[in-house]
Ligand binder design. Structure first.
Ligand code: NAI
Ligand code: MG
Length: 492
């Protein structure tokens, strides 16, 4: 079994506790590696290293252009090691190899995009209302950033956080999910090779209540960027608020995928299936509420079930596999529990509805792709995030009802509309309360397109030019060009 070390100040480090925990392969259900169990002492060492790197020495002295070049070099190394990183993720997370290939070929673009942006961060001169002064703004990095990441797409979501943070000039301590820490630890080794000064990126592994909580509470951490459950996000935001730290939170959703009767049926069926079953439904943007117009409901549902039924499950390393395992044992249980809840609520089971018993699934944590029809939006299965391969289908009459159902939820991460009527698509996209709206597509994301939640789906935005502002603060500088000071006891 492989034993990993944490990465602090550019070196492999054993945990202060001298304790490791096992991480499992979701396909075999077996432990395959030992992950260091960090604690508050490790967090302190890592944050101190990040703070030193931020305040003095090579990183602090780099020009913005040089910082950008390091990000380019890192992008090249990720590309070189894409296969190895992909296989580690498949082993630890159960993601399909095909998906991981796609992801790791795309991740370098985040570092190139923000690498290019590094030397385009500038302030402005101010047209002042006072004579005898010159004033300008500087946009400065916040300092040490804590990046707390989930298990569903560890490297992609890490890139979304650290590419803009590093471009801004911050330094980072990462805490990956305890279920999928291996890829982040391997990824961190590339930083030294790319030439980043020690301490710019550090990884402390371990549990949320130990490592995560200590990071959020560390006085030298200026900003917490988090992706995960809304419960943990709320807790982090409360603790950060007490200490007046900045936060960005991406907290998942229950996104409506809305199909009107004039939609391109085949495309919409593909979009509905990839919307929910890609990554075994374990994505924050899963299209887990499928809203289908009455007039096409039966036909659409028949085609959808027909496409999903023969999906091949099995070894995620096998290129032919279409649906992989659920990543963690608690998540596996949670998905099965929600299937039970939906049945008790009276939803009609159209497909799946149980743990997969197929021989090709071995001892892995597999759940059959599951589809419920006749779901009412008030049911828990329509309102709560399952984060698994479970789709709820809801009927609607017309545009007004579709919109009402779509927005009648506390989440607002994403939504999609399938229709040939562009005027309707634009009306819907204006009124849908979600940070991303797709028209006749699903699941498109890019380093260029701002991403984040309305309502309970989170705070702040990732990706796109503006995401850099999440890691900057503005300073105003005043220079006296001729104003003469009067009596200091008389306020003007
Ligand atoms: P979680 O939100 O508890 O974990 C996310 C990260 O936060 C992990 O690194 C975890 O160790 C850390 N963490 C946990 N407690 C913490 C604390 N008190 N202080 C600081 N950090 C802490 O999510 P978990 O338990 O892995 O999954 C639970 C549910 O969350 C899933 O069933 C799913 O519904 C949702 N989820 C949503 C994701 C999204 O992309 N929005 C991603 C992963 C899970
Ligand atoms: Mg694992």
């Amino acid at each position: 079994m492989k034993t990993y070390a944490m990465r602090i100040a550019g070196a492999p480090v054993a945990p202060a506790s001298d304790d490791w925990f096992e991480t499992q392969n979701p396909y075999t259900g077996q432990a395959w590696a030992r992950i260091p169990r960090g604690n508050a002492a490790d967090v302190d060492v890592a944050v101190q290293a990040a703070h030193r790197a931020f305040s003095e020495g090579d990183w602090a002295d780099l020009t913005a252009t040089q910082r950008g070049l390091l990000l380019y070099r890192l992008a090249d190394l990720i590309e070189r090691d894409a296969r190895k990183l992909a296989e580690t993720e498949v082993r630890d997370n159960g993601k399909l190899l095909a998906e991981m290939h796609g992801q790791l070929n795309y991740v370098p673009q985040w570092f190139r995009y923000y690498g290019g942006l590094a030397d385009k961060i500038h302030g402005s001169t101010l047209p002042l209302d006072k004579k005898g002064y010159f004033a300008y703004t500087r946009r400065e990095p916040l300092g040490v950033v804590a990046a707390i990441t989930p298990w569903n797409s560890p490297l992609l979501l890490l890139a979304w956080k650290i590419a803009p943070a590093l471009a801004a000039g911050c330094t980072v301590v990462v805490k990956p999910s305890e279920f999928t820490s291996a890829s982040t630890l391997e990824f961190a080794e590339l930083f030294e090779e790319a030439g980043f000064p020690p301490g710019v990126l550090n990884v402390v592994t371990g549990f949320g209540h130990e490592v995560g909580a200590a990071l959020v509470q560390h006085p030298l951490v200026q900003k917490v960027t988090f992706t995960g459950s809304d419960q943990t996000g709320r807790l982090i935001n409360e603790q950060a608020a007490r200490l007046l730290k900045h936060t960005s939170l991406e907290l998942g959703g229950k996104s409506p995928n809305i199909v009107f009767d004039d939609a391109d049926m085949e495309q919409a069926v593909f979009g509905a299936v990839s919307g929910i079953f890609a990554a075994t439904g374990q994505t924050c943007i899963a299209g887990s509420r499928l809203l289908v117009q009455d007039s096409i409901y039966d036909r659409f549902v028949e085609q959808l079930v027909g496409l999903a039924r023969p999906a091949r499950m099995g070894d995620p390393m096998d290129a032919a596999t279409q649906v992989g395992p659920v990543t963690t044992p608690p998540q596996y249980q949670k998905v099965l529990d929600y299937i039970g809840i939906a049945q008790r609520e009276g939803a009609t089971l159209l497909l799946g509805g149980q743990a997969a018993q197929r021989p090709e699934c071995g001892k892995g944590w597999f759940v059959e792709p599951t589809i419920f029809g006749d779901v009412r939006n008030s049911m828990r299965i329509a309102q709560e995030e399952v984060f698994g391969p479970v789709l709820s289908i809801i009927r609607f009459k017309d545009e007004a009802e579709a919109l009402h159902i779509a927005n009648d939820i506390r989440f607002g991460l994403a939504a999609a509309v399938w229709t040939q009527d562009m005027a309707r698509a634009l009306r819907m996209s204006e009124k849908l309360k979600a940070g991303t709206v797709w028209i006749n597509t699903y699941r498109a994301v890019s380093f260029m397109a701002p991403f984040g939640g309305y309502k309970d789906s989170g705070l702040g935005r990732e990706n796109g030019i503006d995401a850099i502002n999440e890691y900057l603060q503005v300073k105003s500088v005043w220079l006296n060009t001729g104003a003469v000071a009067g009596n200091p006891f008389v306020l003007r």
